[in-house]
Write a protein that binds this ligand. Structure first.
Ligand code: FMN
Length: 400
């Protein structure tokens, strides 16, 4: 968010104190912040706090002597890249929806023609009121990004929806907006697979692997952050995907194959991070296999599962196709062979020999190899940072 210019609007609600944390988050990310607030906001948070944290003069009155310009609302709104109102009272929501400009904040909002974010905060009865809901629906339809309030215990003693979203969440939403604005992945349809597959042996047992889905989920989130339309096909995992991700849960390798085959033709890119079983039991016992009937040994006959990556490589047209390789030896040679045999654009290689790489852990150490055999080695990083490196790689294929 370096050097992005943020106008932060603050209104008269208890959550105004949280705006101080939000300013800190923006400043820590090297953004510039100018605050414009209502007179009622100053009942809840002081000018000194806002000016000290933002390192800019507060704009709170249309006709104030210290204004830099006589039409400060226009100068301010020309300056800002985005306008974030947090907290947004029922009052300011109604004013903006109705085109009212009777103080510094509402006047500035009307003079602003770029992206506006509003984080409503109020008593749950106020939030559910038909007038507020009608105003929010109208603002949404006009492109205002409404950051829905959370449910929970409210400062007024009520329990319900109306608590302003946490500053970290508001920050993440604005951050994602800037990331998407600048990313060539914005609007691209991208399929990501994640997690293990479970191949049933009988009604209670399966063959699986140690994949948790962390890497694939992190990639899906990062691509979403950059404005892509993401579909996540996931094997069984305890993780939950962002609600803006099109989530397709599957269990077996065959189910993952079927899902990928139907989604892939419509995509611009696909990243296969799932740890798909290579073999599955030839037959699934209808009843639980009894120990007493297999005292010495239990023999399972396994058959190969469909090779999803190879099949996608075969039918690939315009799609950028990236795969994963988890190897234990001859890592780079094996990965290069996989690129060729599966017609991939690039492969993300991680080795189980590297400490901190692979399943279950929060970190990964990857090497990305493309189909011209260009090799980029990365240091050990957390999986969110690794996901950003993979998204950077993908961006190169869509850069003009
Ligand atoms: C202690 C207190 C807390 C309030 N909290 C909220 C709130 O969270 N949300 C809201 O919409 N109004 C709240 N109000 C009412 C607003 O302050 C009031 O509607 C005011 O006119 C809003 O003005 P503004 O939007 O210009 O800041 C609160 C009032 C008081 C006295």
């Amino acid at each position: 968010m370096k050097n992005k210019k943020i106008i932060l609007g603050i209104t008269g609600g208890i959550a105004a104190y949280k705006a101080a944390f939000l300013i800190r988050l923006f400043k820590k990310a090297d953004a510039q912040v100018k605050v414009v607030c209502t007179q009622h906001a100053l009942e809840f948070i002081t000018r000194v706090t806002l000016e000290s944290l933002s390192e800019n003069r507060l704009y709170d009155a249309v006709f104030a002597e210290q204004n830099d310009y006589t039409t400060e609302h226009v100068a301010l709104t020309d300056w800002g890249d985005v306008f974030v109102v947090a907290p947004a009272t029922a009052n300011i929501i109604g004013k903006l929806a109705g085109g009212i400009a009777d103080d510094a904040l509402s006047t500035s909002l009307l003079a602003f023609n770029r992206q506006v974010f509003m984080a409503p905060a109020m008593n749950c009865k106020m939030y559910e009121h038909f007038a507020v809901q009608k105003n929010l629906a109208f603002l949404k339809s006009q492109g205002v990004h409404i950051i829905s309030p959370a449910e929970g215990f409210l400062a007024c003693g009520y329990e319900g929806r109306g608590r302003m979203e946490e500053p970290e969440t508001i920050f993440a939403i604005v951050d994602a907006y800037f990331a998407a604005e600048e990313s060539p992945l914005k609007g691209k349809k991208i399929l990501v697979t994640a997690g293990p597959t479970h191949e049933s042996i009988d009604p209670v047992r399966y063959i699986g692997n140690h994949s948790t889905g962390k890497m694939g989920y992190a990639i899906a989130s990062e691509l979403l952050r950059r404005g892509a339309n993401v579909t996540l096909v996931s094997g069984p995992s305890n993780l939950s995907a962002h609600d803006m991700i099109d989530f397709v849960p599957v269990k077996t390798a065959q189910e993952m194959f079927d899902a990928c085959m139907s989604i892939f033709p419509e995509t611009d890119a696909t990243i296969m991070a799932a740890a798909v079983a290579d073999y599955t039991p030839e037959t699934i016992s209808k009843h639980k296999i009894k120990k007493e009937q297999n005292e010495d040994a239990l023999q399972l006959m396994l058959k190969p599962t469909p090779d999803i990556l190879r099949q996608l490589g075969k039918i690939k047209q315009k799609q950028v196709l990236g795969g994963f390789a988890l190897e234990t030896d001859n890592e780079e040679d094996n990965a290069i062979r996989k690129i060729k045999s599966k017609n991939l654009d690039f492969i993300v290689l991680n080795s189980l020999r590297d400490a901190g790489a692979g399943f279950s852990v929060e970190t990964n150490k990857i090497t990305i190899i493309d189909n011209k055999h260009q090799i980029t080695r990365y240091p050990l990083k957390n999986k969110t940072e690794v996901a950003a490196d993979i998204a950077d790689t993908l961006e190169k294929y869509f850069s003009p």
